[in-house]
Write a protein that binds this ligand. Sequence first.
Ligand SMILES: [Fe+2]
Length: 455
Amino acid sequence: MKEEYEKNGFHVLRGVLTNQDVERLSTPIREAFRRGDYDTFHRGPAYPAPGIHSMGPRVLDKHPEIAEVSLAHPAILAAVEDLFGEPAVLAQYWSIMRPPGAGVSDKPFVNGSGAHYDYKPWRCVGSNINWMFAVIPFIDYTETVGPLTVAPGSHRKSMVLPSDGRVHQVDAAKVPVPNQIELVDPLLKKGDVVLMNGFLWHEPRPNYGNSDRCGLYMKFHAKSSPPACGPTIYPSSVHDFLSEDTKHVIPYHRGDGRFAAIHEKPVDCIEEAQILIEDLDAKILLIRNNAGKWQLPKCVASEDEGASILDACNVMGSVINHFNARFGLNLPWLSWLTDIVGKTGENDEEESRCRVYGHRIPSSAIILTHAEEDYIWMSSMDLQKADKSGIIFKRPEIAKWIDMWQNQTDEDGNPVTRSYGLPTTHVQYFRYNGNGNKEGTCRVGVFNENGLPIA
Ligand SMILES: [Fe+2]
């Protein structure tokens, strides 16, 4: 399996789910689509109108039991973790519903015109450099209903570059014109699960049949490859439902109903952000708080207004705007370090979440043109000394994050590969992952003098 997966970029687990398993999984999902309880509902026309209707993790809140036949299915999880060679974390849990007529237009469909891949540094679900899809079709993906085709070996056209000591750039392959793409149909049947490398080009074909083309599209990332935009937040009910040996798949969750979902607007799952901004001499930017102590810069965070369900939980746009307005500081990118979870108020049910990001400016300490607060750049040594006189707020926390950032490790000290995370609206600067490009690569992680991606 491993050799074939590495060569072709995909592997099909045949008949891994019984008919009964697929029914158990698909029944609550299909019912939710019928009720209008899905994330693209307000973008109408609603199911069963032709179109691409989709649903994020919300179904897991009331139906955590379907985890057993999807994200925590023993054979699926074993295969995913075997291919990673390490524990997996769930990034995306996305059901797609394409009713009859979905993707069909007056003109005949050109095979290859929908080819794309999903490494997307502007999304929580796609800003990892080591991840894979696990797709579960709820019906046979026949020629009539629309196969999910794949371009064998295409994942090898993208390359993750060595780290600069903090983050990895990516030379992301440009998807060319249809006649330059060779797609094959892996003949997915109900009960099969296809595992696909995150850089693999693939294409969903139109539904010419008379049944709903529906399936579950999960993404898992290797634990050592965190999402640059930070993790998607799941309902705690599914974390609580999981057995002790599978709980690690959903480490980031909330029990107060604030998980990744779009109602009329995106649900806010992250209230605050803190940033560890480092200069080229490894000095960290601190600001003076109301009590006169030095702390990491902090701000209120919010979702981007127009975010879709797959954009959910990426609050970088609000953070970058804040730093621009408050300090005149242009942050072209961020990379997630950790989330701090708190309980607010007396009611234990209320939760709060602060997302912590790292960033390194490409110069020595700079003068901030219009900082509204006192600020200072300090090295780790400066911090240690200053802490003795009690003027650093939460020094152990800051020291830990500096250590994680500079040594490229997670909270437990294990090595990680961080990469570039961008606001959801930065999608406008990139064309590499959709079709019709001249062949070549696009380097993710280079920016012009205005801090905008050079793509
Ligand atoms: Fe895709």
